[in-house]
Design a protein around this ligand. Structure first.
Ligand code: SME
Length: 151
């Protein structure tokens, strides 16, 4: 299933008010991991209250111990401050990177805005080197826009 076919699926999942928001986010993570072959770990981090740190809300993929990430640390922490997409074709070439698993080769992090404020992000790890294109960025921006509507 390509990005265009996934978009209505994402929308349907997010608009299902019979489930909690976290459950809906988790189902979106699962959908993306199941249908995009180079998405191996998919998760949502959000700003942890008033603290200058991110907290992992839900994810699918290998278990991680990085459920709290201080702003500025790693790819995720940098995006919390920069408000910009961060595409990492080769994680080993990054100095400020938090490794979750040695099998991860690349990563993409897209900030999530609510009323113009950077409140979180979608984070994807891949075991494929350099797989992400602008199509991934546009698709994940769409996902985050839809998520913002239910927060
Ligand atoms: N690699 C991320 C840490 C989170 S894990 O990918 C789940 C980073 O450098 O911020």
């Amino acid at each position: 299933m390509g990005f265009e076919d996934l978009k209505p699926e994402v929308k349907n999942i997010l608009q299902n008010e019979n489930k909690t928001v976290t459950d809906r986010l988790n189902t979106v993570c699962q959908l993306l991991k199941d249908h995009i072959e180079y998405y191996d770990w998919v998760g949502f981090y959000f700003k942890n209250g008033d603290k200058k740190e991110l907290k992992l809300r839900t994810y699918v993929g290998e278990e991680t111990e990085h459920d709290i990430i201080p702003f500025g640390k790693g790819i995720c922490g940098q995006v919390a401050l920069s408000n910009e997409n961060f595409v990492v074709p080769d994680v080993n070439a990054q100095d400020n990177y938090i490794a979750c698993s040695f099998t991860v080769k690349s990563e993409i992090v897209i900030p999530l805005f609510k009323n113009g404020e950077n409140i979180g992000q979608i984070d994807i790890d891949s075991e494929t080197p350099d797989p992400f294109t602008e199509a991934d960025e546009r698709f994940l921006e769409y996902v985050n826009l839809e998520v913002a509507k239910i927060l």
